[in-house]
Design a protein around this ligand. Structure first.
Ligand SMILES: [Zn+2]
Length: 387
């Protein structure tokens, strides 16, 4: 590939991208501006049929795999290919951009490259993954389409994957920066802490002679935030529920159960936080004459994206005089599944008010169009980096 060809920089058609996003949002569209397009619904089926039609109308070749992921490529496509896209489904009463933006932007990027006869058009394929949210069957934990794509081994045909997504948080808006280059996705761990004391009469038992599991659990809950955030200022912790048993006004709780979730970009920090949670549980329970047992019932390891892709994306933005924020994602994405198999990178655009999974989900047209152009620049840089 000649340098001359590589230096030529096509510009995405912003108005076309915005129009496609509006049309796509009409599949499952709600009066309040939100979208109901749960995977497996009629709206989901129609949206994915429309996407294939749109790919075809652009002079590209659409196809689906056995599970319903939708792909598009140039008729002149060659291997190896860079894959870019996101997911087509939403949560119930979701927004119009989560997932859909990355798919529509990928279509706009490939369409622009193909129309411009750009050499990179041959080496790019786009994807709309099916069922990322996992609403259809919560037992799956989501990421169904991308997991299928990897388990079948199809992922091995591709050189790399880039996903453009809305941030779903407030960091970019707060920093007034239009692009986030995502270094990785946080690990997420969930713990059940069971405290055992002695159930007894709430009136006749002296205050200094109680093994109150409820008091031990609430004391733990009030301390666990400070205890764990001391490990790292990036750590996020949530006490999602506390239950007392038997749960009666006249019985001292003999049992209490607390559910705690922690998130951090580094597994080493999660290990340290886990130790602190276990120590806190033991000490607090003992001080109330109770016993605690801590069980980790769910664990998703932290994901670190490919350093080479991360660096290349930062460079390309820098070379075009743009600003970006280095960040980690506190939410899961298809990119986390793919990154276990091929070099992967992610880009974020700002979410107004940090709101997502809601009809109020929004990003300015300016940021949507700019993000799409950065995706094109990144795709060109990375797909021509093979010789
Ligand atoms: Zn998403």
């Amino acid at each position: 590939m000649s340098n001359r060809a590589n230096n030529f920089r096509p510009t995405v058609h912003g108005a076309r991208l915005i129009e496609d996003l509006a049309t796509f949002a009409s599949f499952g569209g709600r009066q309040d501006g939100g979208v109901d397009r749960v995977a497996g619904s009629q709206a989901d089926l129609e949206a994915r049929e429309w996407l294939q039609q749109k790919i075809y109308e652009a002079g590209l070749l659409p196809r689906t795999d056995e599970i319903g992921n939708v792909f598009g490529r140039s008729p002149r496509a060659e291997w190896p290919r860079l894959l870019t896209g996101s997911h087509t489904d939403t949560v119930p009463a979701g927004g119009r951009l989560d997932g859909a933006y990355g798919v529509m932007a990928a279509l706009e990027v490939l369409r622009t490259l193909d129309e411009a006869n750009h050499p990179s058009a041959k080496y790019v394929e786009i994807v709309g993954f099916w069922d990322e949210e996992g609403v259809r069957d919560p037992g799956t934990g989501g990421l169904v389409g991308s997991t299928f794509f990897c388990e079948k081994g199809y992922v091995q045909n591709y050189q790399s994957y880039i996903e453009l997504h809305i941030e779903q948080g407030p960091a970019l808006e707060s920093a007034d920066v239009s692009i986030g280059v995502v270094a990785g996705i946080v690990g997420i761990e969930r713990y059940a802490i069971d405290v055992t004391g002695t159930a007894n009469h709430a009136g006749t038992t002296a205050m200094n002679n109680r093994a109150d599991a409820g008091l031990a659990a609430t004391t733990m809950a009030s301390r666990v935030r400070d205890t764990t955030t001391a490990c790292s200022d990036r750590l996020r912790i949530n006490v999602g529920s506390i239950e007392f048993f038997p749960g009666s006004p006249n019985v001292i709780p003999g049992q209490a159960r607390m559910i705690v979730e922690i998130r951090d970009p580094f597994d080493s920090v999660l290990r340290e936080a886990e130790q602190k949670i276990r120590l806190l549980a033991d000490e607090t329970a003992a001080s109330e004459g109770c016993h605690a047992s801590v069980q980790k019932f769910s664990q998703k390891s932290a994901v670190l994206f490919d350093k080479g892709i991360h660096r290349a994306i930062r460079e390309i933005i820098h070379n075009h005089g743009g600003e970006f924020l280095d960040m980690v994602s506190y939410a899961g994405h298809d990119a986390s599944v793919i990154s276990k198999h091929i070099p992967t990178g992610m880009l974020f655009v700002p979410s107004v008010g940090g709101v997502s999974h809601s009809p109020a989900e929004s990003t300015s047209d300016k940021h949507l169009i700019h993000g799409c152009q950065v995706l094109l620049d990144a795709v060109v840089a990375l797909s021509s980096d093979r010789s």
